[in-house]
Design a protein around this ligand. Structure first.
Ligand SMILES: [Zn+2]
Length: 172
């Protein structure tokens, strides 16, 4: 049972962001409340995607709303994301890694299969920003964040902010 009231945004390098998340066993009211809470965080922080580990919950679940609007929030439960096509590099940020934007290489297209909140499985082909967002969120449930995908030069360029995030987590 997840204490949804206690869920809040987690910041890198929190442990929950660095492990592989577990499958959602059952889509019940607790999961629906979690998705609601995640939507609150997404809209509040002006994001376009949020994975459960970013709310402190190590489950294979993420939400996407490319418009940033609450009514466009969709849930992807136990998803698989298969990237394909050419690679593309674009600036990317992450709500859990504030203050850092870095060029991240992703595939231009992706196919997602997931279960929705009503327990129905769906498959979609995505490209552009949607494909990038799906790959970013899928990374989260696999324990990968943009810091792991940044080049060495970007990591050096952002070293102060990375140190600050680590210090903040330790309460320094
Ligand atoms: Zn992120």
């Amino acid at each position: 049972m997840i204490d949804v009231d206690k869920c809040k945004i987690t910041y890198y390098p929190a442990t929950v962001l660095r492990g592989r998340a577990a499958p959602v066993e059952k889509i019940d009211d607790n999961i629906r409340r979690l998705v609601d809470k995640m939507a609150d965080i997404l809209v509040d922080k002006k994001g376009i995607g949020l994975a459960a580990p970013q709310a402190g919950v190590p489950l294979r679940l993420f939400i996407v709303a490319l418009s940033g609007k609450r009514e466009d929030v969709r849930a992807y439960i136990n998803p698989t994301v298969t990237p394909h096509g050419d690679l593309d590099e674009a600036e990317e940020g992450c709500l859990s890694v504030p203050g850092i934007w870095a060029k991240i290489r992703r595939y231009k297209k992706a196919t997602v299969t997931a279960t929705d909140l009503d327990g129905r499985q769906f498959t979609e082909d995505a490209e552009g920003l949607y494909a990038r967002c799906l790959q970013h969120e899928y990374d989260h449930i696999e324990g990968t964040v943009i810091v792991n995908r940044m080049g060495e030069a970007a990591r050096i360029a952002h070293r102060r902010q990375l140190k600050k995030l680590a210090d903040d987590l330790e309460g320094k």
